[in-house]
Design a protein around this ligand. Structure first.
Ligand code: ZN
Length: 220
């Protein structure tokens, strides 16, 4: 698709995705759609296509599994994202680690044209991954608290304070819509294959990884 898709292009693209069984294939790093600022959503899709796209994004996120997905990750260059976090304890994630991340269950939600700005100077640095960069994670410092604005899927205006792990998800997904990947903000020396994060670097705070791999941790 050209960098400036027409409304007709967007409709064709969404129809092609909806014609196939879920989940949608996830676009991986190297595809220009992940590096191109997405287009503000202003009703280019009718209600049936819009809700079909949101359902497809949710199914794709859940099946991956992931806790957030931006429309460009399934090749749709619109400023739309979904998030949902069961925050379950699983291999490599302890209750203590969830607490350190301020990570608790988050219901499914839709972000339309989201924006965020930092509230305060506090940063939180943890291992973070991306469905579009499969197999790898890196420590990424994020604003601990952000002000989230935009709309929800009904057009209601959002203006709220988001903290902890949900703030990380908001920042990660909103960044996708501007063509930014988490690796652009990560401590690149912390880059670790999933296996190493699981086996070595699952401590609640990534201090041991910082010492062993040689990268700075904000706040230390
Ligand atoms: Zn991502």
């Amino acid at each position: 698709m050209s960098p400036h898709p027409t409304p007709g292009d967007l409709v064709d693209l969404v129809d092609a995705l909806l014609a196939r069984p879920a989940p949608a294939p996830i676009v991986t790093a190297g595809d220009p759609v992940l590096r191109t600022p997405a287009i503000p959503y202003d009703g280019q899709l009718d209600g049936e296509r819009f809700h079909g796209l949101i359902r497809l994004m949710r199914a794709t996120m859940n099946q991956a599994p992931g806790v957030g997905l931006a429309a460009p990750q399934i090749g749709v260059p619109l400023r739309l994202a979904v998030m949902e976090d069961p925050a379950r304890v699983r291999p490599g994630t302890t209750e203590e680690a969830l607490r350190a991340r301020e990570r608790g269950p988050q219901p499914f939600r839709v972000l339309v044209n989201p924006r965020y700005e930092a509230m305060g100077a506090r940063l939180a640095a943890f291992y973070e991954g991306c469905l579009s960069v499969p197999g790898w994670q890196a420590v990424t410092a994020r604003h601990h608290t952000v002000r989230l604005t935009g709309q929800d899927e009904t057009g209601r205006e959002l203006d709220e304070e988001v903290r902890g792990w949900p703030a990380r998800i908001v920042q990660h997904e909103t960044d996708h819509l501007g063509g930014t990947l988490y690796l652009d903000r990560a401590e690149i020396r912390s880059l670790a294959a999933d296996r190493h994060v699981l086996e070595r670097w699952s401590a609640p705070v990534p201090g041991p990884a910082a010492d062993a791999l040689g990268f700075p941790l904000p706040g230390r």
